[in-house]
Write a new protein. Sequence first.
Length: 192
Amino acid sequence: MQALTLARDERTSDEIWLLQHPPVYTLGLNGKREHLIRNNDIPVIPVDRGGQVTYHGPGQTVVYLLCDIQRLGLGANDFVRRLEQSLIDLLNDYHIQTHRIPGAPGVYVDGRKIAALGLRIKRGRSYHGLSLNIDMDLSPFHDINPCGYPELEVTQLRDLGVHEDMESINQQLIKHLQFNLGYNSEQIQDTR
């Protein structure tokens, strides 16, 4: 991800990577270890994205967006809003009411976070991305202040009544990302 971002030029295709991580906490550039409130056996990996600490694990889709946002004509804030809107549109497909919280990137359902964003932008190009809780063990979030917010609750699609398989959800999410970022199907490479 970092190597691709540094090596790319104006002709390099944008890519969306979808994956699941084994259980891991990631600590952003400004992350404070005090937000790791209880020790457990899950590794903590410092990463070069924005944001504080979050948890990734099986049952959560992680989307890495390797995009030339300058070529897309977007600034960082607009890019973040379009990513959030893609998640909101996806959740609307399942009739789930969502909201944003000013100053706290991500998507929320009744005050509980269902999707997190953490990006890095270098020379007008993004990497890292977003995560969506689908059908996972949420208990590791109890050992951190998710995204640096004490007592922030998290939720997932399964707990909101969505029992569709992860592949179908991911396909819908890709469509919303492509639409909200202004891509047609030939402009972006999906590398699963």
